[in-house]
Design a protein around this ligand. Sequence first.
Ligand code: GLP
Length: 268
Amino acid sequence: MEIIIQPDAAQSARLVAAFIARAMRRKPDLVLGLATGSTPVPLYRELIRRHREDGLDFSRVTAFNLDEYLGIGPDHPGSYRRFMQVQLFDHINLSPGHTHLPDGLAPDVEAHCRHYEAQIRASGGIDIQVLGIGSDGHIGFNEPSSSLASRTRTKTLTSRTRRDNARFFENPADVPVECITMGIGTIMESRICLLLAAGERKAEAVAGALEGPITAMNPASALQLHPDTRVFLDEAAAGKLKMRAYYDEVFARDVFWNKLRQEDGRTL
Ligand code: GLP
C-alpha cells in the first residue's frame, strides 16, 4: 500500500483528482467506482472544476457506486443517487446511462445484486475505485463481520453507522436500517483502489486498516491484500499511524508523484 499524508483534505483531493484525470487521459472509457459520504466531496468539486476549466471529458466514462440504502428511491433526499446527482453527476458530462447505483427499491433484491455484479463485469471491471472509510472501518457499507470475499448484497447497518449518517436525513430515525453494497470481494477486484480519509474520527479505523491485522472486524484491512491501493490521509486521520515517518519518506522519493506534478502543470 502507498500511504500519502497531506496537510489537509483539500490537498488530498487535488492529488486524487490529478491521478484520476491522468487515468482518463490515458483511457477515456475509464470505469470509475465512486463513493458517497462527506469524504469524497472535495474530490468531486475538484473533478467538476477540472471539467469546467480544463475540459476534463467524462463522456465515455462509466461509473459504478458502492452502495445505496434499501427502501428509499432515487428522489429521496437522503438517497445516494440523489447525493451523486447533486455532488457530481449534474455538473459533468457523464452520460446518465453510464451512471450506476444499486436500486434501493428493486423488487427482487437478490436478482438486482447479481445484475449489478454482471454490469460491472460487462463494463470490463472497475479501473479505479474511490473509497472512504467508516469510523468502524467499513468500506462501501461492508460493516464489521462482513465476509472479506463478499459480493454485492444487502447488509444491515450498525447503529454507529446510522448515527454517523444521520446528518444526511431530516430525522435520525429516517436513516434506513438496510442497504445494498458492493461486497469486499467486489471491491478487491478493482484494478486500483484509492482510499481517502480525513479527520480525527477516522484515525483509529485507519490505523487498524493499514497497520493492524487483516480482519473482518475492520473491513478496510482487506485492502492489505490488494495489489494497488493508494491511501490519502490528512494529518488528523494519520494521527495514530506508527510508521508515519517511513510513509512520508517513501512519498517524497516517489518518482510517479513527482512526474505527475510536472505533467499536470499545477501546484498539487
Ligand atoms: C458511508 C458510506 C461509505 C463512506 C463512509 C464514510 O456510510 N457508505 O462509502 O466511505 O460511510 O462516510 P464519511 O465520508 O461521510 O465519513
